[in-house]
Design a protein around this ligand. Sequence first.
Ligand code: 5GP
Length: 224
Amino acid sequence: MSGRRGMPFVVSAPSGTGKTTVCRAVVDRDPQIEFSISHTTRPMRPGEQDGVHYHFVSAEGFAELIAAEGFVEHAEYAGNQYGTSWAAIEGPLGEGRDLLLEVEVQGARQLRARREDARLVFLLPPSWDELEARLRGRGTDPADAIAKRLDVAHIELAAIHQFDYAVVNDAVENAIEAVCSIVQAERSGRTEAVRERYGRAAVIEALGTALPIPPARARSESAG
Ligand code: 5GP
């Protein structure tokens, strides 16, 4: 391992796609990859530990880190701030450990722009109907809240054009296997087979009309 830098793998998805389950399983199964520990202003949930699941900070503390240019990326999500600090990734990567950054879509866009070495994986729901059913939840939420979630999901789907890979989360075990195989292929440098199978363009084509994915704009098309 001497001299090898770790690789940052970014996993993102439209809300309601089940990315946490997939990411946890990938980190459990692959001993060479670990979660990057983000900062957040949201309250700690039962079972969470400061410095393990997140660095839990006040809004002021978060703003200070932004001002000090401490974040590689940061974004607001559901009324709270989330961000990946340089410190959270540079240490492990410098020591040759691979990282999994589980972030919402705006953060993934920033990482695309700022980290040449980042490999981006987008998880997709199998169909719009399925995503809509998940976002509707138990049917107890007000109609305008559901409509807002669906609007956000449309915008999030459009981000696919910035990702290297796309994996359809039709069955969770398949999605876990897919992400693990992408990580291993990137690590070894032999990516031809995973690109053929999970490369963004191939997956978009295979999906056909199952998801309302808008066409890429000229800039992202020429980028790749
Ligand atoms: P939760 O509050 O459920 O832990 O996370 C809410 C959302 O924030 C999830 O989509 C999660 O992936 C995202 N998230 C967690 N950490 C970060 C981060 O450092 N940056 C960004 N942009 N999003 C994050």
